[in-house]
Design a protein around this ligand. Structure first.
Ligand SMILES: [Zn+2]
Length: 121
């Protein structure tokens, strides 16, 4: 059996048997109670420390994951679009028909503006 001993400032000492399913953390975003399973306990003991570790609740960790994924897609898209626009510009510069060249540049500019607006909403 494993016990915890807790001494309070008022001198009271509490000793209690502790069971594996009694450990919990508080979600750092919403404060919800998060029960620690065996794997989480092992993680804390091996990699973290008791006071410096907290676990996100299911809902907040899903939100965080989605934010990260969307953030990555947006920056990948924006970088890739910028790179490809440069390549397209070079191609447009080679167009002999001046009128067509001008309207292609305008079309590309318009598209860039629209996409920029969408990404920075
Ligand atoms: Zn939460």
């Amino acid at each position: 059996m494993i016990y915890i001993k807790k001494k309070y400032d008022n001198g009271i000492e509490v000793n209690s048997e502790v069971y594996e399913d009694e450990f919990y953390s508080a979600c750092p975003i919403c404060g919800k109670e998060v029960n620690l399973d065996r794997e989480m306990l092992i993680h804390v003991l091996q990699e973290g420390d008791m006071t410096g570790t907290s676990f996100y609740c299911e809902e907040c960790s899903r939100k965080k994951l989605n934010e990260n994924i969307n953030g990555d897609v947006e920056s990948n898209f924006s970088n890739s679009f910028r790179e490809n626009s440069k390549a397209i510009c070079k191609l447009i510069e080679q167009v002999k028909n001046k009128e067509l060249q001008d309207s292609l540049f305008i079309a590309l500019d318009t598209l860039s503006d629209l996409i920029g607006d969408e990404l920075h909403k």
